[in-house]
Design a protein around this ligand. Structure first.
Ligand code: THU
Length: 133
């Protein structure tokens, strides 16, 4: 899997971030199981709770185009540290991530990143498997 390419797409996605309130720009890019890539950015709102995170923008774009399984998601926020997904986005990754979904956290460029598993960032996740019991 080409992590650097996916981070590059997330950096491109970040360019469209709409952040007049926080000025905290985030970009994301997802790779679907059938090889499609969707980018996303955070989109803020004067009614703050209506804000959508970059990760969910990217995932919802993929799902709304018929791609329900995400193999990887790259996320870039601030330049000098890794930006982890918020709790709501972790739950959405749990819903649409493959068994071994890779969560790639980038910084200022494509070559500086770390990779996390869902179990590492959302241990004991509540998922559709729980509802099937
Ligand atoms: N944000 C994201 O886009 N993704 C995250 O995982 C963390 C938070 C956005 C939401 C809001 O626009 C800004 O960052 C500050 O919270």
């Amino acid at each position: 899997m080409d992590y650097k390419m996916l981070i590059s797409k997330a950096l491109q996605g970040r360019e469209n971030a709409y952040t007049p309130y926080s000025n905290f720009k985030v970009g994301a890019a997802v790779l679907t199981e059938d090889g499609k890539i969707y980018t996303g950015c955070n989109i803020e709102n004067a009614s703050y709770g209506a804000t959508n995170c970059a990760e969910r923008t990217a995932i919802f774009k993929a799902v709304s185009e018929g791609h329900r399984t995400i193999k990887a998601i790259a996320i870039v926020g601030i330049e000098d540290d890794y930006t982890y997904p918020c709790g709501i986005c972790r739950q959405v990754i749990a819903e649409f991530g493959s068994e071994d979904v890779k969560i790639i956290l980038g910084k200022r460029n494509e070559s500086d990143y770390i990779v996390k598993t869902l179990e590492e960032i959302l241990p004991g996740a509540f998922t559709k498997k729980d509802l099937d019991r």
